[in-house]
Structure formats: structure tokens, C-alpha cells
Design a protein around this ligand. Structure first.
Ligand SMILES: CC(C)(COP(=O)(O)OP(=O)(O)OC[C@H]1O[C@@H](n2cnc3c(N)ncnc32)[C@H](O)[C@@H]1OP(=O)(O)O)[C@@H](O)C(=O)NCCC(=O)NCCS
Length: 406
């Protein structure tokens, strides 16, 4: 039953996701954020002053620190939003842009605002090396540089690399290296097929990134840069990273740059403005579990959010589970299948139907927004229905969203 109080997405856009060493490597993540923030309102003719709250997720903090702090505030001013606009920067690791959406939903439900925007942005390629202690420069001795991207974990505080936790827990669930490589190959194949069918054309999910050059024409990035031709044989030859039993550069997503933004409001407001909803936001939910079980948190999140919404996994036409590694969709769908092998296969067929982060890339703070809009656009192509998206974040945090397209 539709209600005027429903919260509906009315616009959703992202940049193409870049490769690690690409033409996008020098663009500050704040600037990538500005691009999607302008585009997401321009597409539907909403004025900056109509957006009352902007929540902005980012999680490569050393890169953001190159512009000091409060990226949400900087980006909203640079994008032309009024000085009175309320914005918030948040870091819930890879969950961040769905956390940003959830907080906007809560603000609307609380009656504080009618229109909100969630943004996610990161440029991993631009992450600087850090030189701790340099301020009090050594009288004698070497200066140590720290690479915040190395080992993908929180090892400085005694936690283990994510690749180790995810790989070990995958094996506990009998999700083998071979299965993870097969999933990775499938991610590239599905993306290539979907792209061939025009699902990643500019004007829907994607907007171009225009990079002015000192001389000559600007460079225009219109495509995700990471999808590649691959094979199970080539994937099998790759060595695991960071001591993981199974995670390799082939069944992990690449390091990426990119941003995503979603504009949402009450159905009442959308109707007043004459805007056609892309999807109704049925439920949102944060979760967390023990850090070691990061590969299972999307599955746990989907179980919990379905219970909250009074729905079943079989009600979901399609599913998005972020491919932090191939282990995540495999372990999580296995949890959802609850020991039923046939059901597990069926869930895999409905999960990440256009490919996932392994092919597309994973600019960490932007990916949760990406899977949410991918879900909405694909549900529309399939004539509507329910879908669920879930993502894991550092040290086994989770975030989920259920959408309905009429
Ligand atoms: C895994 C990771 C460390 C690999 O980094 P990298 O070594 O710079 O990766 P590369 O792209 O250079 O790949 C390494 C090799 O594997 C090869 N390779 C990667 N994907 C491949 C594929 N699908 N098929 C065949 N070969 C592949 C590359 O060609 C490269 O080969 P080369 O050394 O002969 O050139 C890095 O991508 C990473 O950190 N990813 C995860 C990001 C992350 O943290 N996400 C968040 C998780 S919550």
C-alpha cells in the first residue's frame, strides 16, 4: 500500500569507478563528491536549497585529510548548496554511503526534513603515505613512511587483515578458493554482458567525469575502468595476498576512485514536485558482528532486515551483496540458503546480476550507494518488485536496504 509518508528515491547517480593508476588518480575525493551532488539534483530539476540534509560517507581518511576535514561541508558548499544546508561526514568503512542514506531516512521519519541526499566518495589512488613523528623530526635516524592502504586491515591495533578473516571463514563455510575464483570470473562476465546491453550507459546510473587538461581537449571518463577479460585458469594462477588462504588480486576488488549520490524525499513531496520515484525505501538496517566474520555480515544483515520488514528472501526478485571479496556473496548467500544447496545456487543466480565490485571496482565509501542504485535501476528494468542490498564494512559492520519498485 502506497502512503504519502513513504520515502522514495527520486534520483541516483555515480561516476565511473577508476583503476588504481588511472587518469582519475589526482582528483580529490571531495571534487568527485561535488560532481555527483550537482548531477543528482540537476537531473530532476531540484534546486540546492530544496535539499535540507546531506549525509556524506567516506572512509579513506588520509586522502580526505589532504583537504583537512569536514568533506561533507566542503563538498556541499563547493557544489553550490546554501550555507544553511545541514551536512554530516561519516565513516562506517565500506558501509558509509548506506549509513548516510539511513540517517537521512531517519531524519525524514522524525519529521525534521522532507528531502535528503546521501553521498559516498573516495579516491584510494590518491591516498598519501604518512610520516608519523615527522613533526618532531628525528635528531638522528630514519623516518618511517606508513601506507594506509597496505594489508587492508587494522593491524596496527592488533586486528587481522580483512583478507585473512574473509578467506578463513569462507573455508569454514566450505566456500573454496575455486568457488571464489569462479565467482570472480562470473562478476566480469555478467558486467560485460550487462554493459553490452546498455545497462551502464551515461544518463542512468552513470555520469561522465570530465578532466580538464593543461593543453588540448579534456579527458572524459565514461566507463568503469576495471572490468577485464579473464578466465578461471588465469585466476587460479594468482597468489593469495596478505597471508589469506584464498583471497587474491583476482577474487578481490581493485583499489578504485569514484563517488555516488542518492536523492530521496517523502512520496508527498515527490508528488508535489511532479517527480517520478525510482524506488521506495522499504527498510534500512545497521548491523555488526565479531570482526572475524566479516564475510558473513551481509547474509546476517539480510536475514535481520527481512525480519524487520516482514518479508522473506523468496520475496526478493534480485539481491546485491558487495563483493568486498568473492567470499562475501558466496558465504552470505550460503547463510541465506540455510544448508539447502539448490536454494544456494538459486540465490547466487539472483545476486549481483550485472556483476559486482570485483569487476566494477570498489571506491570504498561510494560502493554502498552504488549497489543501492544498481538494485533500483535493475528492478525497474525487470518490471518492479522487491530487492535487497547489503554491504560489509571494516571489522564486520553491516548495512542493508530493501527497495520496492512499483
Ligand atoms: C588485492 C590487491 C592488494 C592487489 O593489488 P595489486 O597487486 O596492485 O593488483 P594488480 O591489479 O596489480 O594485480 C596483481 C596481478 O594480478 C593480475 N590480475 C588481477 N586480476 C586478474 C584477473 N581477473 N585475471 C587475471 N589476472 C589478474 C594482474 O594483472 C596483476 O598481474 P601482474 O603482476 O602480472 O601485472 C588490491 O587490489 C587490493 O587491495 N584490493 C582490495 C581493496 C579493498 O580493500 N577493498 C575493501 C575490502 S573490504
Amino acid at each position: 500500500m502506497k502512503s504519502k509518508n513513504d520515502i522514495v528515491m527520486v534520483s541516483a547517480v555515480r561516476t565511473p569507478f577508476s583503476k588504481f593508476e588511472s587518469v582519475m588518480k589526482d582528483i580529490p575525493s571531495i571534487d568527485l563528491g561535488v560532481m555527483v551532488m550537482k548531477e543528482v539534483i540537476a537531473r530532476v530539476g531540484v534546486k540546492p536549497e530544496e535539499v535540507e540534509e546531506i549525509n556524506y560517507g567516506t572512509c579513506v581518511l588520509p586522502e580526505v585529510a589532504l583537504e583537512l576535514d569536514v568533506p561533507a561541508r566542503q563538498a556541499s558548499l563547493l557544489a553550490g548548496f546554501p550555507a544553511e544546508n545541514i551536512s554530516l561526514t561519516m565513516d562506517r568503512a565500506c558501509c558509509s554511503s548506506l549509513t548516510a542514506l539511513r540517517l537521512g531516512v531517519l531524519a525524514i521519519r522524525a519529521g525534521e526534513v522532507e528531502t535528503a541526499m546521501s553521498v559516498g566518495s573516495d579516491n584510494m589512488s590518491r591516498t598519501p603515505h604518512m610520516a608519523p613523528g615527522l613533526r618532531w623530526a628525528k635528531r638522528l635516524g630514519h623516518i618511517r613512511l606508513v601506507d594506509p592502504l597496505f594489508e587492508l586491515g587494522y593491524t596496527a591495533k592488533g586486528f587481522r587483515p580483512l583478507a585473512v578473516d574473509a578467506g578463513e571463514v569462507a573455508l569454514e563455510y566450505a566456500v573454496t578458493r575455486e568457488m571464489q575464483d569462479a565467482w570472480a570470473a562470473m562478476s566480469h562476465e555478467r558486467y560485460t554482458k550487462a554493459d553490452g546491453e546498455g545497462k551502464f550507459k551515461i544518463g542512468e546510473e552513470l555520469m561522465p567525469v570530465v578532466i580538464p587538461q593543461k593543453k588540448g581537449e579534456p579527458i572524459v571518463v565514461e566507463k568503469d575502468e576495471s572490468p577485464r577479460r579473464t578466465s578461471i585458469e588465469a585466476l587460479a594462477k594468482l597468489k593469495p595476498v596478505y597471508g589469506s588462504p584464498t583471497v587474491t588480486p583476482g577474487n578481490a576488488p581493485p583499489l578504485s576512485a569514484g563517488s555516488s549520490a542518492i536523492l530521496f524525499m517523502t512520496r508527498k513531496k515527490a508528488e508535489e514536485r511532479g517527480l517520478k520515484p525510482l524506488a521506495t525505501i522499504v527498510a534500512t538496517l545497521p548491523t555488526a558482528t565479531a570482526p572475524r566474520y566479516i564475510a558473513s555480515i551481509p547474509g546476517i544483515t539480510i536475514q535481520k532486515i527481512l525480519a524487520k520488514a516482514g518479508l522473506k528472501i523468496d520475496d526478493m526478485k534480485i539481491i546485491e551483496i558487495n563483493e568486498a571479496f568473492a567470499a562475501m556473496p558466496l558465504v552470505s548467500t550460503k547463510i541465506l540458503a540455510d544448508g539447502d544447496e539448490k536454494k544456494w545456487k538459486g540465490l547466487q543466480d539472483r545476486t549481483n546480476v550485472n556483476g559486482g565490485a570485483i569487476a566494477i571496482g570498489h571506491p570504498v565509501g561510494a560502493s554502498a550507494g552504488r549497489i543501492t542504485m544498481t538494485l533500483a535501476y535493475e528492478l525497474r528494468r525487470r518490471g518492479g518488485g522487491y530487492g535487497v542490498a547489503s554491504i560489509c564494512g571494516g571489522l564486520a559492520q553491516g548495512e542493508g536496504v530493501i527497495l520496492k519498485v512499483d
